[in-house]
Design a protein around this ligand. Structure first.
Ligand SMILES: *[C@@H]1O[C@H](CO)[C@@H](O)[C@H](O)[C@H]1NC(C)=O
Ligand SMILES: *[C@@H]1O[C@H](CO)[C@@H](O)[C@H](O)[C@H]1NC(C)=O
Length: 511
């Protein structure tokens, strides 16, 4: 068996474990809560249901903690009415660069505008898609707690090409049958119908087009202490594999759109996208490229949802002097990140490679994981790990609830799909948020649960950004080593990629 196959096996093993544990939780919920419809989804929502959940999680980062106390609620079922817009130039796997403006009417009709660009800062519009259809909310998602499943029906897709060169690029990508009679003659700026109920979908599939993102929806409201609120619409994730994307049923989310009436302030991009039309695509201002300076501690801004039922927060510390990093992944069973299941601490080294040829301002990295420690915080996970054979997953028979165990002596943990040492090819970029705070974007994980363990698998899009929560002294807490970090004054130096040990590992080591 090749190591790749071995990796795949442990992946499915791990998903199986998670799914098993998850179903168990669900069973407990069914028994324990009985009437909470949204946790137990067999029924359709009645129109009068008005349940909301409150999210407690705040960054494990005292510095920010004090600054913004925000209460977050999620209405289930979600209220979609209104217009929802992108807050920045979005990057989809490929990469594709786009901005979106989606409007939902009370009568279930929607009207979605997607503007695609030829550059990674959304400054050069290539074409816009105008999509009309209907959406109907179904039941609470069984697979992704906190999400609501929906059915949609697309009735019309129009395309407007914004330049001759964009038309040439498109014509090269689309099959002859789509372009023959029509696209060649379409003037830039004129609407051309790509799909209607009579003509079929051939041309749309060639564009990688799908509205499957509407199959999983969630609306969250942030209530700020000064009385304002921000509403966010989470739609289903886009598969990282181009071939899978038109059929993919999402179980995770993309970065949220924000309500045009209730968005963060200031948000110049929101205003530009809101005022746009298919004929006047938003042209986003160029933002200066930020040099990557990783030093310090970075944390998730929210409880993150990952495809195949993982709720987690990430907490990374980088020391560019030592080229060392530590990542803490806290896993939970619920979308509010209030019920911990296990925590994984990974340590290793990293090296910065070349600037990305695909995404301006982003850089290629290689991360190496050499040490992993796991704390199980759920009795079923403790039981499972405790039963593993000696030498397969930390101390056989020595697992306890809440006690951290080192997986390094056993070179990882087969049942968790962790193999050490492990190497991953990454893509990182930095941006400023609306308050001019630094954001760190790390690469999107492959949707199929594999690991980007080869250069060809390097991500082309990003996960939710993390915020810098301290530039001051941070300490690594592992192996008795105490690495002091001083604030991000040092620039990350470019280092040749000299990595030893090219063991193909499964996944999970670096998220
Ligand atoms: C839902 O409940 C909230 C608070 O209990 C209330 O303010 C709101 O009006 C209710 N909405 C509906 C549609 O009943
Ligand atoms: C773990 O396994 C050992 C040996 O089989 C057993 O003595 C211990 O009680 C188990 N611990 C838990 C928490 O199940």
């Amino acid at each position: 068996m090749t190591s790749v196959e071995a990796g795949t096996m442990s992946n499915s093993c791990f998903s199986g474990l998670l799914r098993g544990v998850w179903l168990l939780w669900q069973a407990v919920l069914v028994v324990g809560r009985g009437s909470d419809l949204w946790e137990v989804p067999p029924h359709h929502f009645s129109t009068s249901s008005n349940l909301s959940e409150s999210l407690q999680w705040e960054p494990h980062c005292q510095y920010r903690h004090l600054q913004d106390r925000v209460k977050v609620t999620a209405d289930i079922p979600p209220k979609l009415e209104g217009t929802w817009v992108s807050t920045r130039c979005e990057v989809r796997p490929g990469p594709q660069f786009l901005t979106r403006s989606y409007s939902f009417q009370p009568n279930r009709h929607f009207h979605a505008l997607q503007h695609y660009y030829s550059d990674s800062s959304c400054g050069d519009p290539a074409y816009s898609l105008l999509i009309r259809g209907k959406i109907r909310l179904q039941q609470a998602s069984w697979i992704t707690p906190g999400g609501t499943e929906a059915d949609h029906h697309v009735t019309k897709v129009g395309i407007i090409v914004h330049s001759i060169s964009a038309r040439q690029t498109l014509a090269a990508r689309l099959p002859q049958t789509c372009t023959d009679a029509s696209l060649d003659r379409v003037e830039p700026g004129k609407l051309f119908e790509l799909y209607n109920t009579r003509a079929g979908r051939g041309c749309l599939a060639a564009l990688g087009f799908s509205m499957m993102e509407l199959s999983l929806v969630r609306v969250q409201t942030q209530h700020h202490s000064h009385g304002g609120k921000v509403q966010e619409l989470f739609l289903g994730d886009i598969h990282t594999d181009w071939i899978q994307r038109t059929l993919h049923r999402p179980t995770g989310y993309q970065q949220p759109l924000q309500n045009a009436m209730h968005h963060i302030h200031p948000c110049p991009v929101c205003a530009l996208v809101y005022r746009s039309s298919e004929k006047r695509p938003p042209v986003l201002p160029q933002s200066p490229a930020l040099p990557l300076s990783l030093d310090g501690r970075w944390v998730s801004q929210r409880c993150e949802t990952r495809p195949s039922v993982l709720f987690l927060t990430r907490d990374f510390t980088f020391d560019s002097g030592q080229q060392a990093w530590e990542g803490i992944y806290r896993h939970y069973s619920d979308p509010a990140c209030s019920q911990p299941t296990f925590t994984l601490r990974a340590f290793g080294h990293y090296a910065q490679g070349n600037p990305s040829a695909k995404i301006l301002g982003a850089s290629e990295f290689v991360f190496k994981v050499s040490e992993v420690r796991v704390t199980a915080m759920d009795k079923d996970i403790v039981k499972l790990l405790n039963k593993t054979r000696p030498g397969k997953c930390g101390p056989a028979g020595g697992w306890e609830n809440g006690a951290e165990q080192d997986l390094t002596p056993t070179n990882g943990c087969t049942v968790l799909g962790i193999k050490l040492p492990h190497k991953e090819y990454e893509l990182l970029k930095m941006e400023l948020d609306h308050r001019k705070h630094l954001l760190l974007f790390t690469g999107e994980r492959p949707t199929d649960g594999t690991s980007p363990d080869r250069p060809l698998r390097r991500p082309t899009s990003f996960q939710a950004p993390m915020v810098l929560c301290s530039g001051g002294d941070v300490q690594f807490g592992h192996s008795g080593k105490q690495l002091k970090l001083s604030s991000g004054a040092e620039k990350v130096t470019q280092v040749a990629l000299l990595w030893f040990g090219s063991v193909l590992c499964s996944r999970l080591c670096v998220y």
